[in-house]
Write a protein that binds this ligand. Structure first.
Ligand code: 5GP
Ligand code: MG
Ligand code: MG
Length: 183
């Protein structure tokens, strides 16, 4: 068991759990994209850690590119207003695009991104989300084709996910103690 960061209330997914989940997702994607030369689009910055692991579990030709969007800022809730901070360098017309996201909450960020990319006439656009947050009474605006795990409606950090740019380097997925973001 990893040592627990003092600001983390509980570990939801250990390193080993994460490895099993990512291997399963990689196998699914390999089967679906074997002859499609997908373009993996990692959404900066949170999805970087997941993408680095996931791409090594995908056993077929692929390319990667990055996008940066800003919706949460330093706060908590998606505004639905998404700003493109860095666009793709790759032309996606006719390509099979797989967007890789760290966590889906309202889905507003992703639905905006998908609409934007679909306007460029790719062959397909799908989503692989490492986490989906289960929020009562909330149906996410996007249904990801691939989902790693569901997490409760709490503030999640680690494995790429931050609070104010901290905790991204934790090797596990955990719940942040409320004291840590109130102070
Ligand atoms: P959505 O637009 O789906 O509501 O929000 C998605 C984005 O908000 C995620 O890509 C992530 O950057 C951020 N986010 C949502 N929930 C959490 C969370 O529990 N922890 C962290 N660190 N970021 C979150
Ligand atoms: Mg994100
Ligand atoms: Mg963040």
């Amino acid at each position: 068991m990893e040592s627990l960061h003092p600001d983390v209330k509980k570990i939801l997914l250990s390193k080993d759990d994460i490895h099993d989940i990512v291997a399963r997702m990689g196998a699914q994607i390999t089967a679906d994209y074997a002859d499609k030369n997908p373009l993996i689009v990692a959404v900066l910055r949170g999805a970087v850690v997941f993408t680095a692991d996931l791409m090594r579990e995908i056993d077929c030709p692929l390319a990667i590119d990055f996008m940066a969007v800003s919706s949460y800022g330093e706060g908590f809730k998606s505004s639905g207003v998404v700003r493109i901070v860095k666009d793709l360098d790759t032309k996606i017309e006719g390509r099979n695009v797989l967007i890789v996201e760290d966590i889906l909450d309202s889905g507003l960020t992703l639905s905006y991104l998908m609409r934007m990319l679909e306007n460029r006439n790719p062959a397909s656009v799908e989503v692989a989300a490492f986490l989906v947050k289960d929020v009562e009474g909330n149906t996410p605006a996007v249904t990801p084709r691939y989902v790693g795990a569901h997490v409760p409606d709490e503030f999640i950090v680690g494995y790429g996910l931050d609070f104010s740019e901290r905790y991204r380097n934790l090797p596990y997925i955990g719940i942040l103690k409320p004291e840590a973001y109130k102070k």
